[in-house]
Ligand binder design. Sequence first.
Ligand SMILES: [Zn+2]
Length: 267
Amino acid sequence: MPELPEVENVIRSLVNKVSGKKIASVEIITPSIVYKRTDFIDLVKDKTIVTLERRGKYIIIRLDEGNLLIHLRMTGKLLFNGEIGKHTHLKIDFTDGNYLIYNDVRKFGRINYLSNDELNIYLKTKVGLEPGLMELEAFKTKLMNKRGPLKKILLDQTVIAGIGNIYADEILFASGIHPLTETSKLKDEDYIILFDNIRGILEKAILAGGSTIRDYVNGDGTAGGFQDAHQVYGRGGKECICCGCTLEKIKVAGRTTVYCPICQRIR
Ligand SMILES: [Zn+2]
């Protein structure tokens, strides 16, 4: 599923194409995609897109009045002039003849219209620290207040926003920390290593265009390249790149987790 680097790439691929465009009409093909709002079309029609922003795994389409908040979940895609098919659930037509579509095979994604105030409240209460902007002390405090395995905490979007299953495994491996480690066992230097790896790995993945595991593509249909740089994700049973021993596969918070039993010793 798209995580921070993939969502960032969707935005970067679309921002120049859709900013400044006026919305002529909106077609909702699958009503369940639009979150609890019957007046959605009236609210969005005739508005102009100001810009696109990202917060965690959310795409925010800033309109000249209000915002569209989009979560791609498992298989959502936002495509500029993309191919319309049986997985197209929403279409936004612009006055200049171009269009934006929302495609989603699994249909778990959601699009919501929120006023500026509603959006601010939502982001403040539901979305945690932004990796590229967070500071070490705030990061440390937030993690120290959480109980449970570290991987589960990294996946908690109210703690740090944007990390999913792929990048959690990669970050923990790069940090030499076992996914089941409790935060009470982390030393000061662990927090620094973890903090640096969260920012470093996400940034590298953004620059590589994100990871395409199944069918991720950005807003103009381009796949990512960071999957070739994965060290542990999807490599359970294979050799550790660092020590050569066999990578193990366990479930943490219901998610398949791959780690190296030597490089990431339990403490
Ligand atoms: Zn190893």
